[in-house]
Unconditional design. Structure first.
Length: 225
């Protein structure tokens, strides 16, 4: 492939695989850190997040992570449009594509709401365990379904994609699938159960979080107004 020639399909597939591994690795580490809040409590969550942020919020690392996610998503949409006929009768592939599109949309909203807006308003320090407690307490009808759909779509999309990458190995795909789904589902289930105990724990900073929301969200959408 010359510098000026269009990239080959095999090259595009490799880029999709590698960007998926980078972004998927970040999401997995992020979920594990959040799950630590359910297993070990708020202090462990905040300390883990503090350490995690020193790595992924470095300008180079953050650009690589977000860039990988964007490139992976764009290639995925391109493949959805290009391979419409191959989806017929292949519900595994269809679910993989649509779960990726749904997860991409929700992750984009997650980045805007929990990273971009707090950063622009110099309130990144508010996004921690108390923030999770706050949104679950005041916006349960939005955030519980939102997080459940995001977790389900991301889990299926990453699991299927990972199995496709390693499909040429001698490891049984059935064993890998069952192990991965069992472990990740267990962590997510326990975290959701623990999250049910979070509402009401304002940790003393609910008023500050309310002011942050009042600055960015119309008042008619705020339940305490």
């Amino acid at each position: 492939m010359s510098f000026l020639s269009p990239p080959s399909q095999s090259f595009i597939v490799k880029v999709q695989h590698y960007t998926g591994l980078i972004f998927g690795g970040f999401l997995t580490a992020h979920v594990v850190n959040i799950a630590a809040g359910g297993f070990l409590g708020p202090a462990a969550f905040n300390e883990g997040m503090k350490l995690f942020r020193t790595v992924y919020q470095h300008p180079v690392a953050e650009a690589a992570i977000l860039g990988s996610g964007a490139i992976h998503g764009v290639i995925g949409l391109r493949e959805m449009s290009r391979r419409k006929s191959s989806f017929r009768g292949n519900w595994y592939l269809t679910l993989h594509s649509w779960s990726g599109a749904i997860a991409s949309f929700l992750v984009a909203g997650h980045v805007v709401g929990l990273r971009l807006l707090p950063y622009l308003s110099n309130k990144s320090d508010l996004v921690g365990f108390p923030f999770i407690s706050f949104v679950l307490d005041y916006f349960p009808l939005f955030f519980y379904p939102n997080l459940a759909i995001l977790a389900t779509a991301s889990l299926y999309h990453m699991s299927y994609g990972f199995l496709q990458i390693i499909s040429k190995t001698r490891i049984s795909r059935g064993v890998l699938w069952k192990t991965m789904v069992g472990l990740v589902s267990g962590v997510l289930l326990y975290s959701v159960v623990q999250a049910g105990t979070l509402p009401g724990r304002d940790f003393g900073i609910y008023p500050e979080i309310m002011k942050h929301h009042e600055h960015h969200i119309p008042s008619f959408l705020l339940p305490w107004k």
